[in-house]
Design a protein around this ligand. Sequence first.
Ligand SMILES: [Zn+2]
Ligand SMILES: [Zn+2]
Length: 81
Amino acid sequence: MEREGAIRRIDLGDGKAYYEVGEDHHEHVRCDSCGRVAEVPGCVLDDATAGVQKSTGFVVTSHQLVFGGLCPRCSESRARA
Ligand SMILES: [Zn+2]
Ligand SMILES: [Zn+2]
């Protein structure tokens, strides 16, 4: 059940869908090694919206941002290997 504005579907591009409550916007970071997804508190892109609107002419109402990298567990095991 997907109600506009209540639950947001986040597609991280790997075929899996994540859901979050719309009012609690935050970014995500995904581990390239184990696929674990963590929440990045707050929004890091507020300032970018104006630039995107200016360069594309779109009225930007949302975005999804996924950082990639290694989670603490994977970066630790990689350092040991
Ligand atoms: Zn990992
Ligand atoms: Zn954001």
